[in-house]
Design a protein around this ligand. Structure first.
Ligand code: BGC
Ligand code: BGC
Length: 844
């Protein structure tokens, strides 16, 4: 965003003050209290959990494991229990510490980018592998295994086939297809040298405000369970058959054990407050078939169950999962999840290991974990028996998966074979999955199927954006922001439409905003949510707010007599009554991935057999506050129930106009005062690094401008804060409301403050300004002197800005600036209630 040069360019930000200097240095700094430690739930009745039949232990494997174990040093054993992220560990360190595993998180890839191509991945895979099998100084060397989140295909690999996210596959309701998808995913993982995918997610999401709803197949545990074993077969092969861990297999991880989809208000990593029977029947349902299918690893969940974090829940991880259900693979932790146990840190948490986590996912904290583990073993806090039990489990998986016999990753069958990526077969499986995942929710007057030989106007950025169609966990953790050219084997929905319509002698006009009012009988509008992952996708309500296409346009088009077909892209069912009303036909397309052509296949019925076969695997809300509208629940009155979906083959009644009352009460709009939360800005706010003459958008992982850099930092969760480093004057982090003004007059009258979380290792002079415009000219600035220290909340009364800035219609920036050399973290920027009244502002 280039800012226009200003005549007042030379004016220093901190000195551009109105006569309101009285507000400087008047801060109420509230220290955030550590969360109270909840009382652990008494372990109840382990007998109520099922006894399962996982594949029987193979005596040959067990002998081999014992033999390997007997040759290992204590340090080697400790090393096996740790997984480090490739962004934070070198092959030399894998050798020196004899680590058991490495992972690549969503933003970790060899090279500078978030993602990499086959040769870069393979070279890295070889380097880690060869380091691990170097037997210098040890009796036996243990090959490392490399895990990655191939959660909808191998979506971090350039050219990889990206399948619909699980929510769409749940709608497809086709277990045979899911097994094929997993076989393709395994094949592409082997191309790049990976051994292990952190999939499937077996969550049963029950509150669609959750940012990971799309990672779940269904709110219905039966649908989750019907897929779980087939997924494991697709990835690992079938126990007892030749396919089991043959050269086309990779290791699978069932995650996140357990209750991730049941948290209160759908808060990611939150507390699942349910009875044990509900935990067993709803949230654990997918694990039973997965374990019986031989899934080798289970990932512990970030969430708590009735107040106790799963990573420290011995009853669940050990008594239930391992002892009762007989899971004999290993439990992998989640991303520093152990550090969330009260009393633990990311680098020190024997509690988690004692509770049953066998391998710590310690991305950047691995070295500390290694040291504290050694101490805990030396002091006896962790017994050698427990250590051996865990290492035995890890070795068992490695022996079963054949890694001791395998050559280096690049020498394995299929490795480096880029013709497999986007091969006809792989693409056809994905395109079929797209076709089958589509759910037709409205088709008045049999609008669909469309005849291709006519003029079709396509509107909505989403139509030609593979990045938007693919959602989170694509090329990077959060996804989004990539050009179509970065998906060399992909096709957008628009391209699919152009193919079919062009081929039939029709014409396609693509007009993203719809502003041209081009003449056409049919409008296909493709719009929906922008990509997100994990907690960054948590929402307060289910009202769909279009980030990039003004859906009111559809009302105009319809009023002008055009026929409107909506293709809705989303990671969850959302309240879309107005959009459904504007549309003659409405299709829930979820997050289809790289085979956008599958959408046109069905819209135009390109083959006689292409029909809508997808059925809702999540109930569709009747209002924006219809949060936990799950089949079988109390007051179940969804707009469309579980299992709903129209087909060409079956006659359907036309749908009447729907109510456009969202049901949202003012109190629910907690977002009113939120600027930056869970690592992202909230609409209409955008974050920029700015100087007096230019600005760069801060999104994804970071931003750079001469004089100031912004990167990610952890506050309450991974990367939910901004780390700022200043090396010049007259630069700043600025938050700008885009496209609409913000009204904080109520917040002002309620005596609220502009609040943010802050941390720094040094005392920091920080200037907070409001009413700033181009050239960094601000109506009001407050100079704060913030002490060094860990995260705490800083509150600046809004009243301090009220005279200089019209808080009822904010259309200027909020700016944070500091002096060269300052370096600090900011998070959770919002208005909040504070005990500090506006008088204390004037009084200072
Ligand atoms: C994700 C990683 C990601 C990381 C960023 C995690 O929650 O799963 O893949 O790179 O956060 O810190
Ligand atoms: C996520 C997991 C993921 C891991 C590694 C975590 O933040 O919760 O689902 O497998 O990161 O990326």
């Amino acid at each position: 965003m280039p800012l226009s040069n200003s005549a007042l360019k030379a004016t220093l930000l901190a000195t551009v003050l109105t006569g309101f200097a009285g507000c400087a240095n008047i801060l109420a700094i509230t220290e955030t209290e550590p969360a109270a430690v909840p009382a652990p739930v008494p372990a109840s009745n382990v007998d109520m959990w099922p006894v399962l039949n996982p594949p029987a232990l193979d005596p040959d494997v067990e002998r081999r494991v014992d033999q390997i174990l007997s040759q290992m040093t204590l340090e080697q054993k400790v090393g096996q229990t740790i997984q480090a992220d490739t962004d934070s560990v070198t092959p030399e360190e894998v050798l020196a510490y004899r680590l058991g595993s490495v992972l690549s998180g969503g933003n970790s890839a060899p090279g500078e980018e978030d993602y990499a191509d086959t040769s870069a991945w393979l070279a890295a895979a070889d380097a880690y592998f060869e380091a691990s099998v170097n037997s210098d100084g040890v009796e036996i060397a243990i090959p490392v295994i490399w895990g990655i989140d191939a959660v909808h295909g191998h979506a971090n690999l350039t050219g990889g086939t990206v399948f619909p996210h699980n929510i769409g596959l749940g709608a497809a309701g086709n277990p045979d297809l899911i097994e094929k998808i997993m076989e393709v995913t395994a094949a592409e993982l082997i191309v790049s040298g990976h051994d292990w995918t952190f999939a499937p997610t077996l969550a049963t999401p029950r509150d669609d405000r959750w940012g990971r709803t799309y990672e779940g197949f269904s709110e219905d545990p039966e649908i989750v369970a019907a897929y779980a074993d087939r997924i494991v077969y697709g990835l690992q092969g079938r126990p007892g058959e030749d396919s089991y861990f043959d050269e086309t297999s990779v290791i699978s991880s069932a995650k996140h054990f357990v209750g991730d989809g049941g948290t209160t208000r759908g808060v990611d990593q939150g507390d699942t407050a349910v009875s044990e029977a509900e935990l067993r029947d709803i949230h654990a349902a997918g694990y039973y078939p997965a374990i019986e299918a031989g899934v080798q690893t289970v990932m512990a969940s970030f969430n708590s169950w009735n107040g106790t974090k799963m990573h420290g829940y011995s009853y669940m991880l050990t008594d239930v999962l391992k002892m009762r259900m007989g899971f004999n693979g290993f439990v992998i932790g989640d991303w520093n999840g152990h550090g969330q146990i009260p009393g633990c840190t990311n680098t020190d948490c024997p509690e988690s290991f004692l509770a049953g986590v066998d391998m710590y996912m310690a991305p950047d904290s691995w070295k500390g974990v290694y040291e504290s583990m050694l101490e805990a073993v030396a002091s006896g806090e962790i017994s050698e028996d427990r250590l051996d039990d865990s290492v035995r489990r890890i070795l068992r998986t490695k022996v079963i998966a054949g890694v001791f016999e395998k050559p280096k990753p690049s020498a394995r069958a299929g490795a480096g074979d880029v013709t497999l990526l986007g091969s006809d077969h792989h693409r056809e499986v994905a395109r079929r999955a797209v076709r089958e995942s589509l759910v037709l929710l409205k088709n008045n007057e049999s609008t669909l199927p469309l005849a291709p030989n006519q003029t079709i106007l396509v509107v909505g950025e989403g139509a030609n954006s593979i990045t938007k169609q693919a959602g989170g966990w694509t090329l990077s953790w959060q996804g989004g922001g990539y050009d179509n050219s970065e998906f060399p084997n992909g096709e957008s929905i628009l391209e699919g439409i152009v193919d079919i319509v062009g081929g039939a002698g029709g014409q396609v006009i693509f007009d993203p905003t719809g502003a041209s009012n081009a003449d056409a009988d049919i409008v296909i509008a493709v719009y929906g949510e922008d990509p997100y992952a994990e907690f960054q996708g948590d929402r307060d309500h289910l009202d769909f707010q279009s980030p990039d296409f003004d859906t009111d346009k559809l009302a105009e088009m319809k009023a002008a007599g055009k026929t409107v077909v909506s293709v809705f892209l989303s990671g969850r069912p959302l309240w879309t009554n107005p959009e459904i009303n504007y549309s003659d036909a409405f299709v829930a397309a979820w997050l289809p991935g790289t085979e956008g052509g599958g959408v046109a296949d069905v819209l135009f019925q390109a083959q006689p057999e292409y029909d809508f076969t997808g059925r809702l695997s999540f109930s569709w809300p009747a209002t924006a506050v219809d949060f936990d509208n799950n089949m079988g629940g109390d007051n179940y009155e969804p707009l469309f129930p579980l299992g709903y979906g129209l087909s060409y083959g079956a006659a359907a009644k036309d749908m009447p106009q729907l109510s456009e009352e969202s049901g949202i009460e003012e109190t629910l709009l907690v977002e009113r005062g939120a600027v930056f939360r869970r690592g992202g800005t909230l609409a209409p706010w955008k974050a920029y690094l700015v100087s007096q003459s230019e600005g760069v958008l801060f999104n994804g992982t970071g931003a750079n401008l001469d004089g100031v850099t912004a990167s990610r930092l952890d506050h309450l969760a991974q990367e939910d804060a901004i780390a700022l480093t200043f090396s010049a004057d007259n630069v700043a982090l600025a938050f700008l409301p885009e496209g609409q003004t913000v009204d904080w007059s109520t917040d002002l009258s309620e005596g609220k403050a502009l609040s943010f979380a802050f941390r720094s290792d040094q005392e920091t002079p920080l200037t907070v300004s409001m009413g700033c415009t181009d050239g960094l000219i601000c109506a009001q600035s407050l100079d704060l002197q913030l002490a060094a220290g860990n995260w705490r909340e800083v509150n600046v009364p809004l009243a301090c800005f009220a005279e200089a800035v019209d808080l009822s219609a904010i259309d200027t920036w909020i700016v944070f600036s500091a002096v060269p050399g300052a370096s600090f973290g900011l998070a959770d920027i919002r208005t909040t209630n504070t005990s500090t009244s506006s008088e204390s502002c004037a009084a200072n």
